[in-house]
Every structure is written in structure tokens, then in C-alpha cells.
Design a protein around this ligand. Sequence first.
Ligand code: AMP
Ligand code: TRP
Length: 331
Amino acid sequence: MEEQKIIFSGIQPSGTITLGNYIGAVRNWPLVSELGFGIFSVVDMHAITVRNTPADLRARTLSTLAVILASGVDPEKNLVFIQSHVPAHAELAWILNCYTMFGELGRMTQFKDKSKQHADNINAGLFTYPTLMAADILLYNTDLVPVGVDQKQHLELARNIAIRFNGIYGDVFKIPEGHIPQLGAKIMSLSSPDKKMSKSDPNPKSYISITEGKDSIIKKFKSAVTDSDNKIEFSDTKPGISNLLTIYSVMTGCTVQEAVSRFDGRGYGEFKLAVGEAVADGLEPLRQKYEYFMQNKDYLEKIYTESADKACRLSYRMLSKVQKKIGFIKK
Ligand code: AMP
Ligand code: TRP
């Protein structure tokens, strides 16, 4: 029998979940979990690196959890918990901070981007964000981390921290591998296809929320920015059309080549409408399950409480091992 893999991933409750989050990450979580045991977390501690209204953060944490379940992750076989419920994450993050270099953190592109976006609040948490992410992953002997391509640099840092730590103390951490989808690892904004689709974009036309209604989805695809030569092909010089082809392929399960031949000779208007319909229809079952979970808050609470209990037990094993290795006295 093949070895069971441990899969870990996280998502911030920092706004509406976009089609980019879905295609690049969440959609793959139930699929990758088939390889073993999935541990999925709504990372609320990461989300406070930017300012939030407390009531909003609470609401978004629950709705993000509901999206993970609606995407098909089976909570009977996997864990779905809230990061702040498992204290070992913060505890290991502190330790890892002491094995991470200032220069390494300063090179993180997400830190540079977010420092520009939040110039009035460049706090220490924003800077050390990647060591908390490394702790999330390393606590569970994780083999695979399904993420979009924007998290590759953070993941590489987590691996480097683990290798450095193991170099000093012996084989403590398992070195995790990224699991980045071949198609759709970076879905671009509908209004500026040179930027990634992001829930923090102030222009709502730039992203699709995965719980949005059909009419609104179709409207946004109809107004998606493309070029003007009216030729449907996949190429670096046509970022708008290539993005739409990627989205269409993932949502309908065809290859990009098949999508290109399906729309050969047709106009952009017809193509955009087809993409909008594929997205709206593809997301409909998820939306219904999401509504169902949001109306069953007791069920959500049961899942996140039971999962956190298990995650606490698992993570304390690793934390204790690390504490012993570095010379902390057992209490
Ligand atoms: P975040 O919203 O930053 O918590 O991201 C959650 C997950 O979604 C991470 O694995 C990201 O890599 C992924 N992700 C975010 N935006 C996109 C995008 N535009 N395209 C593909 N994946 C994305
Ligand atoms: N930093 C990730 C993001 O912004 C979210 C995240 C936190 C994560 N901890 C993680 C992803 C651990 C994978 C594994 O998307």
C-alpha cells in the first residue's frame, strides 16, 4: 500500500473568497486529501497582520470555514480548524523566528507588496508572517502543501527554515513539498489581467466571489478586459483572453487546446458569455452547500471544535520535541 501523505493548507479570512482562491487552492484540497490525511486551517492569526473590524473578522472566519466544507473536504476524514484555537502555532512561530534571518523575511515579495498597500501599518506581524506559516506547516509532519503560485516563496522559506533547524538539531522536521496546480495556479484580475485576482482589490469588477449570483458573475465576465483583435488564443501577449481560457478549462474540465478549438472563429462576446456561464454553473453546487452550512452554525462549531482538539494533540507532539531539542526544561 502507498504511504499516506499528510496535507496541510491554510486560507486567510480576509475578505470574500475569490475564484482565484478557489481554482488555485481550495478546489484542490479535497482532491489532494485523497492521498492521505488533510489538515486545513482558517488562519485568523495571519489575517490580523492588517486591520480588521472584530465583528467582520468573526463573520469571515466562519464563512471561510463554510467554504472549505462546501468545496468538498470531508470533516470526518480530515481536520478543518481555526488557527487561533491551536496555540502551538504561535508557540512554534516564536521559536522559528529565532532561526529565520531578517534579510530572508525582507526579501518576501508579499511583505513588500503589503507594506506598500498598508504603508501606515507596517507592523512586525506583517514582517514575520512567513515564520507563522512555516510553523503551521512544520507542526504536522506535512508532506504536501496545496497552494497557488503566489505562496511558492513562503513555502521555499519554510523548507529552508526546516533544513536549517534539522542541520543543527538532527531530523526534527519533515521537509514539505508544494502542490501547485499545473493550470490555474495564478488567476488574474478581470479588470487588469496583468495583476492577480485578489479579494483585497478595491474594484469589485476585478474578482468573482465564489458565492456570487449567476447574473452578477455573467455581467463581470462580459465586462472583463481583453485586447481588441478578437482572436481566441492562449499567448503571453493576450493575458486577458489567456486568463479566460484558463478559467473556462478548469471549470469545464477540458484542456486549453480543446477550449481554443471549441471557440475557433467565434467572437469575444460569445466566448465571455460561455466563460461566465461555465463559472456560474460550476460554482452553483458549492454555493448551495455554502448556504446550507451557513445556516447550520452549530454544525460548523462542532467541526471546528473537534478538529482543533485533534490538532492540539498532534501539534503538541511536535512542539514538545522541538522544545526538548533546543533545551527548554519539560514542565
Ligand atoms: P489567501 O487569500 O492569500 O489566504 O490565499 C489562499 C490560497 O489561495 C493560497 O493558496 C493562494 O496561493 C491562493 N490564491 C490566492 N489568490 C490566487 C489567484 N489569483 N490565483 C490562484 N491562486 C490564488
Ligand atoms: N499565507 C497563505 C496565503 O496568504 C495562507 C497560509 C497560512 C498557508 N498558513 C499556511 C497556506 C500554511 C499554506 C500552508 O495564502
